[in-house]
Write a protein that binds this ligand. Structure first.
Ligand code: 5RP
Length: 229
């Protein structure tokens, strides 16, 4: 089937995505993240598979599944391969302590499961994603019937919850797992580990977008260079 890809080229994302693909070697089981930066990693891995690279991969979304199939990468599942050598994924914001916020593509639940299944978790991003401290809204995947309860709990934490809509006149965004996404603005997140633990305790939140298990970050710069943090 023909597909339309509206995303424009980004040299910064491309540089980071391709540089991180170099970490992947023969025999690895690889977790493939979701988003426009990881798309470059998937394309690069596909190019190397054409040249003989021998890997199998687990995807984090229907989006990364489609890209991996197009790239000719052999897919497996966490049921068959529960331990991954590496997971490479994008981020919406990264702080100085390598804590990240993810879920701009509503895929953070599977992304977290995949990242926690991996020996090494690498983030790829352009430099606009870096901030000394996290202050981006936190995507929450919520059970649809728990959206009011979750919103109430987020307000109690001093946050501002907004249900993510597909467009102004469409209904809510539905995740690959059939759930809603609430974007919760929580101001500056000074203690990501504590906020992460608090959000994990809220009934109805399937998973939140704060990740505190990142090993390395590849930041692509405008001049095409890549900084590794
Ligand atoms: C999807 C994500 C993405 O990795 C994140 O939104 C970054 O996307 P992009 O690389 O397109 O900027 O977390 O849920």
């Amino acid at each position: 089937m023909k597909e339309r890809n509206p995303a424009g080229e980004s040299p910064e994302k491309k540089a980071a995505g391709i540089a991180a693909a170099d970490l992947v070697t023969d025999g690895m089981v690889v977790g493939l993240g979701t988003g426009s930066t990881t798309a470059y990693t998937i394309a690069e891995l596909g190019r190397r598979v054409d040249e003989g690279l021998d890997i199998i991969a687990v995807v984090t979304s229907y989006q990364s599944e489609m890209l991996a199939i197009q790239a000719g990468i052999t897919l497996t599942s966490l049921a068959e391969h529960p331990e991954l050598d590496i997971a490479i994924d994008g981020a919406d914001q990264i702080d100085a302590g390598l804590n990240v916020i993810k879920g701009g593509g509503a895929a953070h639940t599977r992304e977290k499961v995949v990242s926690r299944s991996a020996e090494r978790f690498v983030i790829v991003a352009d430099e606009s994603k870096y901030s000394e401290q996290l202050n981006h809204y936190v995507p929450l995947e919520v059970l649809p019937y728990a959206k009011e309860l979750v919103s109430k709990q987020v307000r109690k934490m001093g946050g501002d919850p907004v249900l993510r809509l597909a467009s102004r006149k469409d209904g809510p965004v539905i995740s690959d797992n059939g759930n809603f996404i609430i974007d919760a603005s929580l101001g500056v997140i000074e203690t990501p580990v504590i906020i992460s633990a608090l959000l994990s305790q809220v009934a109805g939140i399937v998973e939140h977008g704060i990740f505190t298990n990142v090993d390395e970050v590849y930041i692509g710069k405008k001049d095409g260079s890549v900084e590794i943090m």
